[in-house]
Ligand binder design. Structure first.
Ligand SMILES: Cc1ncc(COP(=O)(O)O)c(C=O)c1O
Length: 426
């Protein structure tokens, strides 16, 4: 079978050959137009991938091709363009299903982002199943997106948010986590990969511990899908969310995976067109999943663009990407930790491509500013994980986060930049 026959979505003008090449960082870089520019007179070094990743030409072309050739509203149309757009959108759902190894395409809901996926579960599953005195269990390393939706729910319902602690390396303390799953725990919500520390959580173990007490688990995979192969059936989780824009796809599109039986039993999230099967002023009958959760005109170009991004990653292979990023992380950890006065925050045994660090007596914003002057983009601040900062007794870190197009030479540039910071502020 040819590669073309296996690609359900037309990737637009980019040829299939182009995206199915073997992983070779220089050839991968050639696929990302934005990387080839100078910033402040220096070649751009983009190390802010945990915030958002750049897009390969195939994704950009697929979005243009959608608007140039077959933009139309989906599902309701009988005309050619609408059928083509509907097929592109529904094919993208199948691509996502295969990417995370869901059992059924109906388990894939298109949402706006990981954030919206978590809010959807809190506001539907949560509102239905959590009452006064019940508990929601999260961990001390969550992104605000996996804290605040649960706080809103707990405030509304008179429920309690419990937080499983982490150790000095930034690893979840499993015994404490297990101890905190009590008779009132109604859901566990946990990140797969921490955006502030890089820790990879042992999700399969976490799920086993929670399921042993009949508690469902939501996994925030926002930092995992760009970095690791994900198999929701192997993990055993009940819900899994991620964002298109961190997974080399467009902004404004995200995924909620949920087990079919759970999704079927959940009330709808938003009301509007498409999520209904019939409406009268007396009674509305809701559509079946996934459409029940996709009210209104969805982000067609976003879904199609995400499908192509995933095909791009598949063509390289998530195993290879994970291996390569691991190599970059190990290299960066060795080089950066050898710089005098630098301390790495987050030293878990299992880590993915995120390197947070602080420097003695130098504010992370100053680190970021000096690096930016050298064309190096990193993130500084609390990374939307203020409780993590509090845990480590700091306000902020500088964070370099890697993507599949980064190189060891770019890490050398980062190291040179950090020495420059020392020169200026040290
Ligand atoms: C771990 C984690 N969860 C959730 C999110 C939220 O993602 P989004 O803003 O795309 O909804 C982020 C974004 O940085 C993240 O890193």
């Amino acid at each position: 079978m040819t590669m073309a026959a296996r690609l359900p979505i037309d990737p637009g003008p980019a040829t299939v050959q182009e995206i199915s090449r073997r992983f070779d960082v220089e050839r991968v870089r050639a696929d990302f137009p934005i990387l080839h520019q100078s910033v402040r007179g220096r070649q751009l070094v983009y190390l802010d991938n945990a915030a958002t990743s750049q897009k390969p030409r195939a994704v950009i072309d697929a979005i243009s091709s959608y608007y140039e050739n077959y933009n139309a509203n989906i599902h309701r149309g009988v005309h050619y363009l609408s059928e083509k757009a509907t097929k592109g959108y529904e094919d993208a759902r199948k691509v996502v299903q295969q990417f995370i190894h869901a059992a059924d395409a109906r388990e894939i809901i298109f949402v706006r982002s990981a954030t919206e996926g978590i809010n959807l579960v809190a506001q539907t599953y949560g509102r239905k199943n959590i009452g006064p005195g019940d508990e929601v269990l999260i961990t001390a390393m969550e992104h605000h997106s996996n804290i605040v939706p649960w706080q809103l729910l707990c405030d509304e319902k008179g429920a309690k948010l419990r937080v499983a602690p982490i150790n000095e390396s930034g690893e979840l303390i499993l015994e404490e986590f297990e101890r905190l799953i009590g008779p009132r725990t109604r859901i566990v919500a946990v990140g797969h990969v921490s955006n502030a520390l890089g820790t990879v959580n042992p999700i399969a173990t976490i799920v086993k511990l929670a399921h042993a007490k009949n508690v469902p688990v939501l996994v925030d995979g926002a930092q995992a899908t760009p970095r690791l192969p994900v198999d929701v059936q192997d993990l055993g989780c009940d819900f899994y969310v991620f964002s298109g824009h961190k997974t080399y796809g467009p902004t404004g599109i995200g995924i909620l995976y949920g087990k079919l039986a759970l999704l079927d039993a959940m009330p709808p999230y938003q009301g509007g067109g498409e999520m209904i099967s019939s409406v009268t002023f007396d009674k509305t009958i809701y559509n079946k999943v996934p459409h029940k959760f996709e009210a209104g005109t969805p982000d067609m170009s976003g879904a199609i663009g995400l499908g192509v991004a995933i095909q791009y990653l598949n063509a390289i292979g998530m195993e290879k990407i994970a291996e390569y990023e691991h190599e970059l992380l190990a290299y960066a950890t060795e080089k950066v930790s050898a710089i005098p006065g630098v301390r790495i925050v987050g030293t878990a045994k299992e880590k993915a491509g995120v390197l947070s660090f602080v420097m003695d007596g130098i504010h992370p914003h100053d680190i970021g500013t000096i690096l930016d002057q050298g064309g190096i983009a990193v993130r500084t601040g609390h990374h939307c994980a203020q409780p993590v900062m509090e845990r480590f007794g700091i306000d902020a870190t500088a964070r370099a986060s890697f993507g599949l197009y980064n190189t060891k030479q770019e890490i050398d540039e980062l190291v040179r930049g950090i020495y420059k910071v020392l020169e200026v502020f040290g």
